[in-house]
Design a protein around this ligand. Structure first.
Ligand code: 13P
Length: 251
């Protein structure tokens, strides 16, 4: 399976900014994208079409959403349904990003509902999990990761789950702080996640991709991407500039 280099643009960029960044990224990586890597961009909803158009049918690039509501359609003011995202050209969505969990108080059950519903509707999902600093300090790392994985994955029954669901391990204390997890922290957490995936989804867990996210930059990508059980990265701040994200994509 290809390594996945994903950009989460969070609540940044107008359509014009998004189009310019995607166009510049495509130019900077043209003909250089290694065959074993794929790039996914998660713009805000309003810029999804602009990015989709800027990338055209370029191979190795995909576009996704940062969030959606797990219902077909209906009276859910302010929400977006999977079919609407697929209509815009999204093939992926994030679910359970730590900012959704902590700023918007999304619990494991809602994240699980999104994961199952999104997959059933045809979206591929990057399920984000991770512990707070307090949970880590109190020795609850494994309990937190296990619970986040189990609730989200137990009801997923797709035959092609391994290619349609990736897990992103994003320790909350490393997001947007410049505080990158040590290689040893990443290796240990990813090994634990792999063991849980094998246990929860036998037959799929071996091949499922596990991405790392949290202060990934051009200067640390080479180290991080070469660690055991690191099958890609999910990048926030350093993905906003085409210059720095292209170095991560090719790094
Ligand atoms: P930073 O790369 O800015 O730490 O953000 C990580 C993240 O939240 C990606 O989803």
């Amino acid at each position: 399976m290809k390594k996945c280099i994903a950009a989460n643009w969070k609540m940044f960029k107008t359509r014009l900014d998004a189009r310019e960044t995607a166009t510049a990224l495509a130019a900077l990586t043209a003909d250089k994208l290694p065959a074993d890597r794929e790039v996914l961009i998660f713009p805000p909803f309003t810029a999804i079409s602009a990015v989709r158009e800027a990338l055209g049918s370029r191979t190795g690039f995909g576009v996704g959403a940062q969030n959606f509501y797990p219902a077909e359609e209906g009276a859910y003011t302010g929400e977006i349904a999977p079919d609407m995202l697929i209509d815009l050209g999204c093939s992926w969505s994030l679910a359970g990003h730590s900012e959704r969990r902590h700023v918007f108080k999304e619990g494991d059950d809602l994240v699980a509902a999104k994961t199952v519903f999104g997959l059933n509707k045809g979206l591929n999902i990057i399920l984000c999990i991770g512990e707070t600093l307090e949970q880590r300090k109190n020795g609850h790392l494994e309990t937190v990761l296990r619970e986040q994985l189990r609730t989200a994955l137990l009801e997923c029954s797709q035959k092609d789950l391994a290619s349609r669901l990736a897990v992103a391990y994003e320790p909350v204390w490393a997001i947007g702080t410049g505080e990158v997890a040590r290689n040893q922290d990443i290796t240990e957490a990813h090994a634990f996640i792999r063991s849980q995936l094998l246990d929860i989804k036998p037959g799929h867990g071996e091949a499922m991709r596990i991405l790392y996210g949290g202060s990934v930059k051009p200067k640390n990508i080479a180290d991080i991407i070469s660690l055991d059980n690191v099958d890609g990265v999910l990048v926030g701040g350093a993905s906003l500039s085409a210059e720095s994200f292209s170095q991560i994509v090719l790094g």
